[in-house]
Design a protein around this ligand. Structure first.
Ligand code: SME
Length: 158
């Protein structure tokens, strides 16, 4: 069921952001639609963007949820880890992940997906947190990666 759901969501996001050159507008649209579609399983849904002025630091971007921390250096926490490895990571229990950054103590599991610009550079990471333990599976990974792949295009700017 989730697979079909992600296909529909991807099509919806693609059609809404078609022709939109602002990356922030595109991230905000995806954060909103994902958060609404998977409420309440998705408790915090948003993007951390690679800071163009500090290329090894993430800065918070559009999100839906409780207050997120503003900056995450590459290598710190789950988001910083994914920024470094450039590979999706599912963390079934954040309390067992060394260095997890607890912006909200209600988070128990998360998935973080890298977002690449059309030139292959890392542009952002999509961070989704859940209050449930073990909330994310391979269908989420595949669906979210497919959505992240259509987020940026050649004419997208910050
Ligand atoms: N979960 C992240 C921190 C960001 S917030 O939870 C919104 C991490 O450990 O990378």
């Amino acid at each position: 069921m989730a697979v079909m759901y992600y296909e529909d969501l991807k099509a919806e996001i693609r059609s809404i952001v078609a022709g939109e050159t602002s990356a922030v507008a595109r991230y905000a649209t995806a954060a909103c639609l994902l958060s609404e579609a998977f409420r309440p399983r998705f408790y915090w849904t948003g993007f951390y963007l690679v800071d163009p002025l500090k290329p090894y630091e993430l800065v918070v971007g559009p999100y839906q949820g409780t207050l997120g921390c503003l900056r995450i250096p590459f290598g710190r926490g789950v988001c910083g880890h994914v920024a470094q490895t450039r590979e999706t990571l599912i963390v079934p229990n954040v309390h067992e992940f060394e260095g997890h950054i607890a912006c909200d103590s209600q988070t128990n599991s998360e998935i973080v997906v890298p977002v690449f610009a059309s030139d292959g550079q890392l542009a952002a990471v999509l961070d989704i947190d859940s209050t449930q333990l073990n909330a994310f599976d391979e269908a989420d990974k595949a669906g979210l990666e497919a959505i992240c792949q259509i987020l940026l295009s050649e004419d997208t700017r910050l």
